[in-house]
Design a protein around this ligand. Structure first.
Ligand code: MRU
Length: 341
Protein backbone atom coordinates (compact mmCIF):
# COMPACT_ATOMS: atom_id res chain seq x y z
CA UNK A 1 0.00 0.00 0.00
CA UNK A 2 1.44 3.33 -1.10
CA UNK A 3 1.82 5.74 1.81
CA UNK A 4 -0.61 8.64 1.67
CA UNK A 5 0.95 12.01 0.91
CA UNK A 6 -1.23 15.10 1.29
CA UNK A 7 0.96 17.77 -0.31
CA UNK A 8 4.09 17.98 -2.45
CA UNK A 9 6.07 20.38 -4.60
CA UNK A 10 6.43 19.94 -8.36
CA UNK A 11 8.32 22.25 -10.66
CA UNK A 12 6.85 25.71 -9.92
CA UNK A 13 3.57 24.43 -8.55
CA UNK A 14 2.19 22.45 -5.61
CA UNK A 15 -0.10 19.42 -5.65
CA UNK A 16 -2.52 18.68 -2.81
CA UNK A 17 -5.23 16.09 -2.20
CA UNK A 18 -8.58 17.87 -2.40
CA UNK A 19 -9.97 16.71 0.93
CA UNK A 20 -13.40 18.20 0.29
CA UNK A 21 -14.09 15.34 -2.11
CA UNK A 22 -13.10 12.45 0.16
CA UNK A 23 -14.16 9.71 0.74
CA UNK A 24 -16.00 9.67 -2.57
CA UNK A 25 -13.15 10.79 -4.83
CA UNK A 26 -9.38 10.87 -4.42
CA UNK A 27 -8.55 13.88 -6.58
CA UNK A 28 -5.53 16.13 -6.69
CA UNK A 29 -5.50 19.92 -7.01
CA UNK A 30 -2.74 21.82 -8.75
CA UNK A 31 -1.96 25.04 -6.86
CA UNK A 32 -0.11 27.64 -8.90
CA UNK A 33 -0.10 30.79 -6.78
CA UNK A 34 -0.12 31.88 -3.16
CA UNK A 35 -3.65 33.19 -3.62
CA UNK A 36 -4.84 29.77 -4.77
CA UNK A 37 -3.08 28.26 -1.77
CA UNK A 38 -4.77 30.72 0.60
CA UNK A 39 -8.15 29.76 -0.89
CA UNK A 40 -7.37 26.04 -0.56
CA UNK A 41 -6.55 26.51 3.13
CA UNK A 42 -9.59 28.69 3.85
CA UNK A 43 -12.00 26.37 2.04
CA UNK A 44 -10.37 23.34 3.63
CA UNK A 45 -9.25 21.57 0.46
CA UNK A 46 -6.23 21.09 2.70
CA UNK A 47 -6.74 21.07 6.47
CA UNK A 48 -5.21 19.81 9.70
CA UNK A 49 -2.70 21.90 11.63
CA UNK A 50 0.62 20.48 10.35
CA UNK A 51 -0.68 20.24 6.77
CA UNK A 52 -1.76 23.87 6.67
CA UNK A 53 1.63 24.87 8.08
CA UNK A 54 3.35 23.15 5.17
CA UNK A 55 0.78 24.57 2.74
CA UNK A 56 1.54 28.07 4.04
CA UNK A 57 5.29 27.54 3.56
CA UNK A 58 4.77 26.24 0.02
CA UNK A 59 2.34 29.09 -0.68
CA UNK A 60 5.10 31.57 0.16
CA UNK A 61 7.51 29.67 -2.10
CA UNK A 62 4.96 30.05 -4.91
CA UNK A 63 4.81 33.79 -4.22
CA UNK A 64 8.49 34.22 -5.12
CA UNK A 65 8.80 31.56 -7.80
CA UNK A 66 6.21 33.29 -9.95
CA UNK A 67 7.69 36.75 -9.76
CA UNK A 68 9.74 38.20 -12.64
CA UNK A 69 11.63 41.04 -10.98
CA UNK A 70 15.08 40.62 -9.50
CA UNK A 71 14.72 43.40 -7.01
CA UNK A 72 15.23 42.05 -3.52
CA UNK A 73 13.13 44.73 -1.87
CA UNK A 74 10.21 44.15 -4.23
CA UNK A 75 10.41 40.42 -3.61
CA UNK A 76 10.43 40.90 0.14
CA UNK A 77 7.37 43.15 -0.12
CA UNK A 78 5.57 40.51 -2.14
CA UNK A 79 6.51 37.84 0.33
CA UNK A 80 5.18 39.91 3.20
CA UNK A 81 1.93 40.54 1.31
CA UNK A 82 1.56 36.83 0.60
CA UNK A 83 2.28 36.10 4.27
CA UNK A 84 -0.45 38.53 5.30
CA UNK A 85 -2.97 36.88 2.95
CA UNK A 86 -2.12 33.37 4.14
CA UNK A 87 -2.14 34.45 7.80
CA UNK A 88 -5.73 35.64 7.42
CA UNK A 89 -7.04 32.25 6.23
CA UNK A 90 -7.46 30.35 9.49
CA UNK A 91 -6.65 31.82 12.92
CA UNK A 92 -6.41 28.88 15.31
CA UNK A 93 -3.75 26.32 14.28
CA UNK A 94 -0.41 27.77 15.36
CA UNK A 95 1.53 25.71 12.78
CA UNK A 96 0.39 28.10 10.05
CA UNK A 97 2.02 31.08 11.79
CA UNK A 98 5.05 29.02 12.80
CA UNK A 99 5.74 28.03 9.17
CA UNK A 100 5.21 31.57 7.84
CA UNK A 101 7.65 32.98 10.42
CA UNK A 102 10.22 30.33 9.53
CA UNK A 103 10.06 31.25 5.83
CA UNK A 104 10.15 35.00 6.50
CA UNK A 105 13.20 34.60 8.73
CA UNK A 106 15.01 32.63 6.02
CA UNK A 107 14.06 35.28 3.43
CA UNK A 108 15.35 38.11 5.59
CA UNK A 109 18.73 36.38 5.81
CA UNK A 110 19.03 35.69 2.05
CA UNK A 111 21.29 37.97 -0.01
CA UNK A 112 20.40 37.82 -3.71
CA UNK A 113 17.17 37.03 -5.58
CA UNK A 114 18.31 33.58 -6.73
CA UNK A 115 19.57 32.87 -3.32
CA UNK A 116 16.26 33.98 -1.83
CA UNK A 117 14.13 31.94 -4.21
CA UNK A 118 16.18 28.82 -3.72
CA UNK A 119 16.40 29.23 0.03
CA UNK A 120 12.64 29.63 0.41
CA UNK A 121 11.81 26.61 -1.72
CA UNK A 122 14.39 24.53 0.12
CA UNK A 123 13.04 25.59 3.49
CA UNK A 124 9.44 24.79 2.47
CA UNK A 125 10.55 21.36 1.24
CA UNK A 126 12.57 20.80 4.40
CA UNK A 127 9.55 21.63 6.60
CA UNK A 128 7.47 19.14 4.57
CA UNK A 129 9.98 16.28 4.81
CA UNK A 130 10.61 16.98 8.47
CA UNK A 131 6.87 16.67 9.14
CA UNK A 132 6.83 13.00 8.13
CA UNK A 133 9.90 12.21 10.24
CA UNK A 134 8.45 14.06 13.22
CA UNK A 135 5.16 12.18 12.93
CA UNK A 136 6.93 8.83 12.85
CA UNK A 137 8.78 9.78 16.02
CA UNK A 138 5.48 10.88 17.65
CA UNK A 139 4.05 7.52 16.60
CA UNK A 140 6.95 5.65 18.17
CA UNK A 141 6.80 7.66 21.42
CA UNK A 142 3.01 7.44 21.66
CA UNK A 143 2.76 3.76 20.84
CA UNK A 144 4.26 2.98 24.27
CA UNK A 145 1.02 4.25 25.78
CA UNK A 146 -1.08 1.85 23.69
CA UNK A 147 -1.70 -1.72 24.82
CA UNK A 148 -2.76 -4.77 22.92
CA UNK A 149 -6.57 -4.86 22.90
CA UNK A 150 -7.08 -1.10 23.46
CA UNK A 151 -10.27 0.43 22.15
CA UNK A 152 -9.31 3.93 21.20
CA UNK A 153 -11.51 6.94 20.54
CA UNK A 154 -10.15 9.54 18.14
CA UNK A 155 -11.84 12.77 17.09
CA UNK A 156 -11.68 14.69 13.81
CA UNK A 157 -8.78 13.65 11.58
CA UNK A 158 -5.24 13.82 12.90
CA UNK A 159 -3.95 11.38 10.32
CA UNK A 160 -1.80 11.42 7.20
CA UNK A 161 -4.37 13.76 5.64
CA UNK A 162 -3.91 16.33 8.40
CA UNK A 163 -0.13 16.28 7.96
CA UNK A 164 2.20 15.65 5.03
CA UNK A 165 2.02 11.94 5.82
CA UNK A 166 1.66 9.36 8.62
CA UNK A 167 -0.27 11.57 11.04
CA UNK A 168 -0.06 12.48 14.72
CA UNK A 169 -2.92 10.82 16.67
CA UNK A 170 -3.37 8.29 13.86
CA UNK A 171 0.43 8.03 13.70
CA UNK A 172 0.36 6.73 17.29
CA UNK A 173 -2.37 4.26 16.36
CA UNK A 174 -0.52 3.28 13.14
CA UNK A 175 2.72 2.65 15.03
CA UNK A 176 0.96 0.53 17.68
CA UNK A 177 -0.83 -1.45 14.96
CA UNK A 178 2.43 -2.02 13.09
CA UNK A 179 3.95 -3.37 16.30
CA UNK A 180 1.26 -6.05 16.25
CA UNK A 181 -0.99 -4.55 18.93
CA UNK A 182 -4.58 -5.38 18.14
CA UNK A 183 -6.58 -2.22 18.59
CA UNK A 184 -10.02 -1.02 17.62
CA UNK A 185 -10.45 2.63 16.73
CA UNK A 186 -13.69 4.48 17.33
CA UNK A 187 -13.83 7.47 14.99
CA UNK A 188 -16.32 10.12 16.08
CA UNK A 189 -17.93 11.68 13.04
CA UNK A 190 -16.99 15.29 14.02
CA UNK A 191 -19.90 17.48 13.10
CA UNK A 192 -20.18 19.78 11.25
CA UNK A 193 -17.39 19.07 8.73
CA UNK A 194 -17.35 15.32 9.39
CA UNK A 195 -13.60 14.85 9.22
CA UNK A 196 -13.93 11.73 11.41
CA UNK A 197 -16.58 10.12 9.22
CA UNK A 198 -15.13 11.20 5.88
CA UNK A 199 -11.37 11.15 6.42
CA UNK A 200 -10.33 9.10 9.48
CA UNK A 201 -12.41 6.07 8.55
CA UNK A 202 -11.19 6.32 4.93
CA UNK A 203 -7.56 6.42 5.99
CA UNK A 204 -7.86 3.52 8.43
CA UNK A 205 -9.92 1.28 6.14
CA UNK A 206 -7.35 1.89 3.40
CA UNK A 207 -4.70 0.36 5.66
CA UNK A 208 -6.80 -2.38 7.20
CA UNK A 209 -6.72 -0.89 10.72
CA UNK A 210 -9.99 -1.87 12.44
CA UNK A 211 -12.28 1.14 12.85
CA UNK A 212 -15.88 1.80 13.86
CA UNK A 213 -17.68 5.02 13.10
CA UNK A 214 -19.81 6.62 15.82
CA UNK A 215 -21.68 9.90 16.04
CA UNK A 216 -20.15 12.44 18.42
CA UNK A 217 -22.78 11.91 21.10
CA UNK A 218 -22.12 8.16 21.47
CA UNK A 219 -18.66 8.38 23.00
CA UNK A 220 -19.61 8.82 26.71
CA UNK A 221 -21.92 5.83 26.61
CA UNK A 222 -19.20 3.65 25.09
CA UNK A 223 -16.77 4.84 27.77
CA UNK A 224 -19.30 3.99 30.47
CA UNK A 225 -19.49 0.46 29.07
CA UNK A 226 -15.67 0.27 28.76
CA UNK A 227 -16.02 -0.21 25.02
CA UNK A 228 -13.67 2.77 24.78
CA UNK A 229 -10.70 2.65 27.18
CA UNK A 230 -8.38 5.30 25.71
CA UNK A 231 -8.64 8.59 23.81
CA UNK A 232 -5.99 9.82 21.35
CA UNK A 233 -6.45 13.14 19.56
CA UNK A 234 -4.33 15.72 17.76
CA UNK A 235 -4.03 19.43 18.50
CA UNK A 236 -4.14 22.70 16.61
CA UNK A 237 -2.34 24.55 19.37
CA UNK A 238 -1.01 23.62 22.79
CA UNK A 239 -0.21 26.42 25.18
CA UNK A 240 3.20 25.87 26.75
CA UNK A 241 2.53 28.32 29.60
CA UNK A 242 -0.57 26.53 30.88
CA UNK A 243 -0.96 23.20 29.06
CA UNK A 244 -4.33 24.04 27.46
CA UNK A 245 -5.04 22.03 24.31
CA UNK A 246 -6.93 23.64 21.44
CA UNK A 247 -8.39 21.11 19.02
CA UNK A 248 -11.45 20.41 16.89
CA UNK A 249 -14.80 21.30 18.42
CA UNK A 250 -16.04 18.31 20.41
CA UNK A 251 -12.63 17.41 21.85
CA UNK A 252 -13.51 19.05 25.18
CA UNK A 253 -16.68 16.96 25.51
CA UNK A 254 -14.65 13.77 24.99
CA UNK A 255 -12.04 14.94 27.51
CA UNK A 256 -14.68 15.63 30.18
CA UNK A 257 -16.22 12.19 29.63
CA UNK A 258 -12.82 10.52 29.71
CA UNK A 259 -11.98 12.20 33.03
CA UNK A 260 -15.33 11.15 34.50
CA UNK A 261 -14.76 7.53 33.49
CA UNK A 262 -11.05 7.56 34.39
CA UNK A 263 -9.89 6.95 30.84
CA UNK A 264 -6.45 8.22 29.67
CA UNK A 265 -6.75 11.25 27.40
CA UNK A 266 -3.70 11.47 25.12
CA UNK A 267 -2.82 14.38 22.84
CA UNK A 268 -0.32 13.76 20.03
CA UNK A 269 1.23 16.77 18.30
CA UNK A 270 4.54 18.09 16.97
CA UNK A 271 6.55 20.84 18.66
CA UNK A 272 5.36 23.14 15.85
CA UNK A 273 1.88 22.95 17.44
CA UNK A 274 3.18 24.26 20.76
CA UNK A 275 2.55 27.96 21.28
CA UNK A 276 5.25 29.28 23.60
CA UNK A 277 3.94 32.84 23.54
CA UNK A 278 0.24 33.19 24.13
CA UNK A 279 -2.15 32.88 27.05
CA UNK A 280 -5.48 31.15 26.77
CA UNK A 281 -7.52 34.39 26.45
CA UNK A 282 -5.37 35.46 23.48
CA UNK A 283 -6.22 32.45 21.32
CA UNK A 284 -8.64 33.13 18.47
CA UNK A 285 -11.14 30.34 17.97
CA UNK A 286 -12.19 30.23 14.34
CA UNK A 287 -15.90 30.86 13.81
CA UNK A 288 -16.96 29.31 10.50
CA UNK A 289 -19.95 30.00 8.31
CA UNK A 290 -23.39 28.98 9.57
CA UNK A 291 -24.07 26.95 6.46
CA UNK A 292 -21.84 24.17 7.83
CA UNK A 293 -24.32 23.63 10.67
CA UNK A 294 -27.52 24.29 8.73
CA UNK A 295 -26.80 21.80 5.95
CA UNK A 296 -25.55 18.25 5.59
CA UNK A 297 -24.47 17.46 2.05
CA UNK A 298 -26.53 20.32 0.61
CA UNK A 299 -29.66 19.21 2.44
CA UNK A 300 -30.97 21.81 4.87
CA UNK A 301 -31.68 20.32 8.29
CA UNK A 302 -33.04 23.32 10.24
CA UNK A 303 -35.86 25.82 9.77
CA UNK A 304 -35.40 29.18 8.07
CA UNK A 305 -34.56 32.00 10.45
CA UNK A 306 -32.88 29.83 13.11
CA UNK A 307 -29.79 31.35 14.72
CA UNK A 308 -26.61 29.33 14.58
CA UNK A 309 -23.19 29.37 16.16
CA UNK A 310 -20.27 27.49 14.70
CA UNK A 311 -16.97 27.61 16.60
CA UNK A 312 -14.55 25.27 14.86
CA UNK A 313 -12.34 24.50 17.86
CA UNK A 314 -12.53 24.21 21.63
CA UNK A 315 -10.11 24.49 24.53
CA UNK A 316 -9.41 21.53 26.80
CA UNK A 317 -7.93 22.55 30.18
CA UNK A 318 -4.74 20.80 31.33
CA UNK A 319 -6.41 18.94 34.21
CA UNK A 320 -8.29 16.81 31.65
CA UNK A 321 -5.16 15.87 29.68
CA UNK A 322 -3.16 12.79 30.73
CA UNK A 323 -0.22 12.99 28.30
CA UNK A 324 1.10 15.16 25.50
CA UNK A 325 3.10 13.09 23.03
CA UNK A 326 5.61 14.95 20.86
CA UNK A 327 8.58 13.96 18.70
CA UNK A 328 10.88 14.90 21.59
CA UNK A 329 9.11 12.90 24.27
CA UNK A 330 5.97 12.45 26.34
CA UNK A 331 5.00 15.19 28.77
CA UNK A 332 2.39 16.01 31.35
CA UNK A 333 0.69 19.31 30.43
CA UNK A 334 2.26 21.10 33.41
CA UNK A 335 5.75 20.12 32.21
CA UNK A 336 5.45 22.13 28.99
CA UNK A 337 6.32 25.43 30.66
CA UNK A 338 9.83 24.13 31.29
CA UNK A 339 10.42 23.53 27.57
CA UNK A 340 11.82 25.94 25.03
CA UNK A 341 11.19 26.17 21.31
O1 MRU B 1 -10.62 22.15 10.87
P1 MRU B 1 -9.55 21.13 10.64
O2 MRU B 1 -10.02 19.93 9.90
O3 MRU B 1 -8.31 21.75 10.04
O4 MRU B 1 -9.17 20.67 12.12
C1 MRU B 1 -8.24 19.65 12.29
C2 MRU B 1 -8.06 19.26 13.70
O5 MRU B 1 -8.68 19.80 14.60
C3 MRU B 1 -7.00 18.24 14.01
O6 MRU B 1 -7.35 17.48 15.10
C4 MRU B 1 -5.70 18.98 14.32
O7 MRU B 1 -5.41 19.90 13.32
C5 MRU B 1 -4.56 18.06 14.48
S1 MRU B 1 -4.07 17.40 12.96
C6 MRU B 1 -2.66 16.50 13.12
Amino acid sequence: MKELRTIWWEKNHVVIIDQRLLPHKLKYLKIKSYREMARAIKEMAIRGAPAIGVAAAMGLALAVVNVKTNNHEVLMKRLEKAAETIRSTRPTAVNLFWAIDKILNIAREAQSRENLKEKIINEALRIAEEDIEVNKKIGENGSRLINDGDKILTHCNAGALATVGYGTALGVIRAAYNQGKKTLVYASETRPRLQGARLTTWELIREGIPVKLITDNMASFLMQRREINKVVVGADRILAKTGHVINKIGTLTHAISAKYYNIPFIVAAPFSSIDFKHNVDEVIIEEREVREVLYIDNARIAPKGVEVCNPAFDITPPELVSYIVTEKGVYKPEELKELTN
